[in-house]
Design a protein around this ligand. Structure first.
Ligand code: ADP
Length: 269
């Protein structure tokens, strides 16, 4: 609490006293500490690849260039680290635009079967690389929803590619879409991969939170995929939840309102 006070004295009747203003600044302080934590995270995430790029460049300048094989390897690392920074900045921009530019979303009527099929096609290479199997049977009785196709596609890409990444080769990912209630549909994405420890589960939608930093970095993650997915789903008036058991697998569930739902901050047609 913040106290401010001013003494006063009335000219008319000679009364005197103090005016006290009490401000509850808890929320302001919380926001400030979140902001500080965010800036610290971003700086750290950028500094790690930058430091690595700098040291490889130094090694090249200090003689590494003379050996063709060494320089090829070093340049490859520099390329990977630069790609990581580009991905990170792209995800950060996306995340901050999601906060502020919902009015630019392109709303359309969406058949969720089409959305899922189209998205899974885009992930084919990733799936083949790990000999995974993706199981999806379109559900013909699904009502349409209203949403931004690209944004919802981004969510499914993020979650299915996590299911592919955080699982041993030859695992299975099963995707289902059903009618959840009169007003919403449910998309579930379930894998039989590594799973998420119970203690980490409540935090995985936070920006930059990863169960295993090294593993995520090695797999090219930015730690922003689930935070972005949550922003997008909540922006559509929906919900995203997770259940998981370590060593057994993980299941994400997304509910989205059936057509004509008004999106926050926007008029639907
Ligand atoms: P990242 O870029 O690290 O993948 P995400 O925000 O997409 O970031 O996910 C956050 C963390 O949640 C991941 O680092 C991983 O530890 C965990 N995670 C997400 N999906 C799964 C999954 N299907 N199986 C196991 N762990 C997962």
């Amino acid at each position: 609490l913040l106290f401010n006070y001013v003494p006063f004295k009335s000219e008319e009747n000679n009364e005197s006293g103090v005016i006290v203003v009490i401000n509850d600044i808890t929320e302001r302080e919380n926001l400030e500490s979140l902001r500080r934590e965010f800036v610290a995270n971003v700086s750290h995430e950028l500094r790690t690849p930058l430091t690595s790029v700098k040291s490889y460049v130094e090694a090249l300048l200090n003689g590494g260039l003379e050996d063709k094989e060494v320089s090829q390897n070093f340049l490859k690392v520099i390329e990977e680290e630069t790609d990581r920074m580009v991905r990170l900045v792209k995800d950060l921009l996306m995340s901050s635009r999601l906060d502020f530019q919902k009015e630019n979303w392109q709303l359309q009527n969406i058949d969720v079967n089409d959305l899922i099929e189209n998205t899974l096609n885009k992930l084919e290479v990733q799936v083949k690389e790990k000999d995974h199997e993706i199981v999806f049977y379109p559900n013909k009785n699904l009502p349409e929803i209203q949403g931004d196709w690209d944004k919802l596609q981004q969510v499914i890409i993020n979650i299915v590619s996590n299911s592919i990444k955080y699982a041993p080769n030859e695992s299975t990912v099963s995707v289902k879409a059903t009618v959840d209630s009169k007003s919403s549909i449910l998309i579930s994405i379930e894998d039989n991969g590594f799973g998420i420890p119970k203690d980490d589960l409540p935090r995985i939608f936070e920006r930059f939170y990863r169960v295993d930093k090294a593993r995520s970095r090695h797999l090219g993650g930015t730690g922003l995929g689930l935070a972005i997915s949550k922003q997008i789903i909540e922006g559509h008036g929906g919900k995203i939840t997770v259940e998981s058991e370590e060593g057994k697998g993980t299941k994400f569930q997304i509910t989205l309102p059936i057509l004509n739902h008004k999106i926050r901050g926007q008029q639907s047609e």
